[in-house]
Ligand binder design. Structure first.
Ligand SMILES: O=C(O)C1=C[C@@H](OP(=O)(O)O)[C@@H](O)[C@H](O)C1
Ligand SMILES: C=C(OP(=O)(O)O)C(=O)O
Length: 406
């Protein structure tokens, strides 16, 4: 499905209910499978959470998790300790190019029975679940925090718990902290001190209901819309100031674009009153990689010079996001310089019209570019990709006065 986006709206006003955080949901689904006393509220309706839920229900045989990175990594650890199960964990073509070696190495050193079906270091994986007795493991921490979260989630089921020693710089730390907070909220114990994470052993937890906050990465597209609009007042329900999600740094970052965040007990209102904006932006996004695309497109639309750093993980996500951003932003006549971990955008006063955006099977490419329709009509190719994290995205955009035509 290709969508042509158009809007004449300059003043945005709406109240929306975005689905639950996929990161929180996927942690909770794994914990619930290990500790059935846990109940979850406001679970994400994303494809990634749906495939994880189905995989846990299936529990044996060939399990295809499509494009879902967290599902691949979390299930690798989950099945490795699930005594008696035999699974082949596979995914989309792109998933077979996304590395899992550091996690698999760590689990193998802990005694797990995991082999590669095709290429060493990449899915599909053949996993035979067994009891693991290790109590400590070392792991390089600069490639993906998902490997670390995966180990943390199974840590309490091991007879002596698990100490995870992080080697080198740590990336996406906010997601490790999210895992720890959720583990504690479930009634388990753990701590993260310097380069070490300790998860205490525990066989069961007391019955507990854990609400999932709505998804801050999904909220980023509304921050971008507010930034690009003349005025905006967009209320998003089920968000908190004290969030577990690192992408809540949006509230601070978007002040540069004149967007204020007003917090009430259970919602945020993004308010733009037309104040002057900064002409340039410097941000280190190593703790919130998923909002890099949104911010780059906001800068394109608002003609803000920007230098985004800490982006070394973007190359191994749903697509090579640095290259994809360069390809698509340059279609508008704006220069983009990328390195292995940074993106610089040099604004151009003219914005080319009638551009078609390739989305590279990446939900965030489609959603990040959509706000730009406030400035120029555009066409988003394969627009259905949004369902990976936010299936209702196009419907919610209509609430803001957009027309989205096939
Ligand atoms: O743990 C998580 O829920 C996630 C961690 C991040 O990945 P990396 O740690 O690989 O950067 C993030 O990009 C991804 O969307 C979700
Ligand atoms: C990178 C992402 O997801 P995952 O790694 O879980 O596929 C994302 O949602 O932006």
């Amino acid at each position: 499905m290709n969508l042509s986006l158009h809007t004449e709206e300059k003043n945005l006003k709406a109240a929306l209910q975005i689905t639950g955080s996929k990161s929180e949901s996927n942690r909770l689904l794994i914990l619930q499978a290990l500790y059935p006393e846990i109940s979850i509220e406001n679970l994400s309706n994303s494809d990634d959470s749906e495939v994880l839920k189905k995989a846990l229900e299936k529990g044996n045989g060939i399990i295809d998790i499509h494009h879902a990175g967290t599902a691949m990594r979390f299930l690798t650890a989950y099945f490795a300790v699930n005594e008696g199960c035999e699974v082949e964990l596979t995914g989309s073509k792109r998933m077979k190019e996304r590395p899992v070696r550091l996690l698999v190495d760590a689990l193998q050193r802990m005694g797990a029975d995991i082999t590669y079906k095709n290429e060493t270091g990449y899915p599909p994986l053949v996993i035979k679940g067994k009891k693991l007795h290790a109590s400590s493991v070392k792991l390089e921490a600069n490639v993906s925090s998902q490997y670390i979260s995966a180990l943390m989630l199974i840590g309490a089921t091991l007879p002596k718990g698990l100490e995870i020693i992080l080697e080198g710089p740590v990336t996406s730390t906010s997601y490790i902290l999210m895992t720890l907070e959720i583990i504690k909220q479930a009634g388990l114990n753990g701590k993260f001190v310097k380069d070490r994470i300790f998860i205490e052993p525990q066989e069961s937890v007391k019955p507990v209901t854990i609400p999932v906050e709505s998804d801050w990465s999904s909220a980023s597209y509304f921050y971008s819309l507010a930034a690009i609009s003349e005025t905006a007042e967009i209320t998003l329900n089920n968000y908190r100031k004290e969030s577990r999600q690192g992408d809540s740094s949006l509230a601070e970052i978007y002040k540069h674009f004149g967007v204020e965040t007003i917090y009430t007990e259970n919602s945020i209102t993004l308010k733009k009153t037309g104040k002057a904006r900064a002409r340039s932006l410097r941000e280190d996004l190593r703790n919130s990689p998923d909002i890099a695309q949104t911010i780059a497109v906001t800068c394109l639309a608002t003609k803000t010079e920007c230098m985004l750093t800490g982006l070394h993980t973007l190359k191994i996500k749903e697509t090579d996001r640095l290259q994809a951003l360069k390809n698509e932003i340059e279609k508008f006549g704006t220069e983009v310089r990328i390195t292995g971990d940074s993106l610089q955008l040099i604004p151009n006063p003219e914005l080319k019209q009638g551009v078609e955006i390739e989305t590279y099977n990446d939900h965030r490419m489609a959603m990040a570019f959509a706000p730009l329709a406030l400035k120029t009509d555009l066409r988003i190719l394969d627009a259905e990709v949004v369902s990976k994290s936010y299936p209702d995205f196009w419907e919610d955009l209509k609430e803001l006065g957009y027309t989205c035509k096939e």
